[in-house]
Design a protein around this ligand. Structure first.
Ligand SMILES: Cc1cc2nc3c(=O)[nH]c(=O)nc-3n(C[C@H](O)[C@H](O)[C@H](O)COP(=O)(O)O)c2cc1C
Length: 149
């Protein structure tokens, strides 16, 4: 009879893998605002997100924001509450949210601004280097959403 409690067929998590919460939403920029406002949002994100352990990407094109935020659940939910009340955009729609143990999809991006033209290429690049099933599925979901919006 085997008594070993080690299960070799289970994925061995690296230190970077922990329960990650992610949210994807889209919204409309408030009329009258412009690229200076987007730059200010990105500057704030670069200042705050590393402190919160949040990474992700922000796409802006045709007055529409599309943002993927990943990090610890409480921090992501607190940030989403702030973003929801930000009057620089409106008609915010949460497209999906999920919590799972996996690597970060964008580990080095405090909040990268990606142009709408480049978003598919960025997601496909990430898909090519993603190792884990959860990340691959999340990226495929994002690509499908980008194609629909
Ligand atoms: C589309 C959009 C995306 C935003 N993304 C972030 C973000 O990733 N991180 C962040 O800290 N603030 C983000 N903000 C800004 C927040 O709504 C909020 O203004 C900011 O976090 C407040 O920071 P402060 O009180 O230090 O100025 C975003 C705002 C908008 C309109």
């Amino acid at each position: 009879m085997r008594t070993s409690s080690v299960k070799y067929d289970e994925p061995q998590n690296t230190p970077d893998d922990y329960l990650l919460f992610n949210i994807v939403y889209c919204s409309q920029m408030r009329p009258g605002l412009g690229l200076t406002d987007v730059d200010a949002i990105v500057a704030t994100s670069h200042r705050r997100n590393p402190i919160l352990g949040i990474t992700g990407l922000l796409t802006f094109g045709s007055e529409i924001f599309f943002q993927w935020i990943e990090g610890p659940k409480l921090e992501v939910l607190d940030l989403i509450k702030l973003i929801e009340t930000d009057n620089r955009h409106e008609n915010m729609v949460i497209l999906s949210s999920d919590e799972e143990v996996r690597e970060r999809i964008f580990p080095n991006w405090d909040m990268e601004l990606v142009s709408a033209d480049d978003i598919k290429e960025v997601l496909n690049d990430a898909l090519r280097t993603a190792r884990e099933r959860g990340s691959i599925d999340a990226l495929k979901l994002l690509l499908a959403k980008v194609e629909r919006h």
